[in-house]
Write a protein of this length. Structure first.
Length: 413
């Protein structure tokens, strides 16, 4: 049996939506993007949603929107994909890395210890679909002592008067926090619609705005739509409608818009996400947990607690007491059996570029600890019961082979 890690969900509805786009002869930004933004607003309850061509583009755009640049600091977790820090570096600012909690989300206490007068934003990364501790992070950025340290360097920074809280929600579309969509719990939430995500547009992302009342979210939406189109005051779709050829460039923008041909894929998926695709992911998660719960090597991932519920993007299997080398051996065994797995994530301080600019994994012990024992299992709606059972059997057999039978003693009831 050959089981891929995370194939995109492509059904007839997706194909029909893409074909409809092709048949309209309008494939760049236009009505499909607007429809996708509308569906995202319905799902998240956000004040505004701006589709862009990647998570990274959205993050760079929002850091620039907030006036972050040379000499500024943005706090990020060490345990994340490289884009979380690269977007900061592309703005000329300094990513200040901190360690994580055992659930793999950013540690609010570590964040607090790294806040300085240079801190302009926090990028909190939702891992495997699980939201970060947003109540604690919101309390932190609104703490009077923390706000007193804040030194604004732009008009928007002065208006907000505090550190901007950004959610790197690449994994967590459809997650909840305190019974509301988790996207509502930060100033800015940025989703990824990359090919392996719960919702895909092949490549793409979306910025959700829930800025406080000192901002007009609709006005910021209008600005960001222009910002993503080189600062041009009339987009191509508007220009195509008759005598609208004359345009102006209002400011130094980016080219980061999402095209309709991509939006069509996500639009068809999003229409059945909440009631079909997301519940199917949860079923796979529960089957894994029910099968592994009785083994003493299984560290159950946090997917739901008193405040948070995940979007079940990944199943981060962690195996108690193994070394990084043993984890790698288990992965090799599973791949040999026909199950493709992954690891989320290699902590950024372990990567060549970040090491070259001074980051050291020894400063982030929990990031390394969680990474060394983690294997991301396939979890997607298309998995059959037969395939899920095969994955489970492959995990148990591979752990047994690498770690030894004594590690597989079942927990007594």
């Amino acid at each position: 049996m050959n089981i891929p890690f995370s194939p995109p969900f492509i059904d007839q509805a997706v194909i029909d939506e893409v074909v409809d786009t092709l048949q309209t002869n309008w494939i760049t930004s236009g009505p499909k993007v607007k429809a996708l933004e509308s569906e995202i607003l319905t799902l998240t309850g956000s004040e505004a949603a701006v589709c862009v061509n990647s998570w990274t583009s959205g993050a760079i755009m929002m850091l620039k929107w907030y006036g972050i640049g040379e000499g500024d600091e943005v706090i990020v977790p060490a345990y994340s994909y490289c884009a979380t820090a690269l977007c900061v570096l592309h703005c000329g600012a300094n990513p200040v890395m901190v360690d994580i909690l055992d659930d793999c989300t950013i540690d609010p206490e570590k964040v607090k210890s790294k806040i300085t007068k240079k801190t302009k934003a926090i990028i909190a990364v939702d891992i495997a679909g699980l939201p970060c501790m947003y109540n604690e992070l919101n309390a932190l950025v609104n703490d009077p002592d923390v706000k007193a340290q804040f030194v604004p360097g732009s008009g928007r920074q002065e208006l907000l008067g505090r550190i901007l809280l950004i959610a790197d929600a690449a994994h967590s579309i459809g997650s909840y926090y305190d019974d509301v969509p988790a996207a509502r719990k930060s100033d800015v939430t940025i989703f990824s619609f990359h090919a392996v995500k719960n919702i895909t547009t092949a490549e793409g992302g979306c910025i959700c705005l829930n800025l406080p009342s000192c901002f007009d979210n609709q006005e910021e939406y209008k600005f960001l739509k222009l910002f993503s189109m080189n600062g041009q005051n009339r987009d191509a779709f508007a220009k195509s409608k008759g005598a609208n050829w004359k345009y102006d460039i209002l400011f130094k923008g980016f080219k980061m818009n999402m095209p309709d041909i991509c939006a069509a894929i996500g639009l068809a998926q999003l229409r059945k996400y909440k009631n079909t695709l997301l519940p199917l992911r949860k079923i796979v998660y529960l089957k894994y947990c029910n099968s592994f719960d009785s083994y003493n090597w299984f560290i159950k991932p946090v997917m739901k607690d008193d405040h948070r519920e995940s979007s079940y993007h990944l199943f981060p299997l962690r195996i108690k007491g193994i070394t990084e080398a043993q984890r790698d051996q288990i992965i090799e065994e599973m791949v040999n059996r026909g199950v493709v797995v992954n690891v989320h994530f290699i902590p950024m301080p372990m990567l060549t570029y970040f090491k070259s600019i001074g980051y050291d994994i020894d400063n982030y012990p929990n990031s390394y600890k969680q990474y060394a024992c983690e294997i991301s299992l396939p979890i997607y709606p298309q998995l059959s019961n037969l395939e899920i059972d095969f994955i489970i059997e492959s995990v148990i057999a591979s752990v047994r082979l690498v770690v030894g039978i004594k590690e597989l003693v079942k927990v007594s009831s």
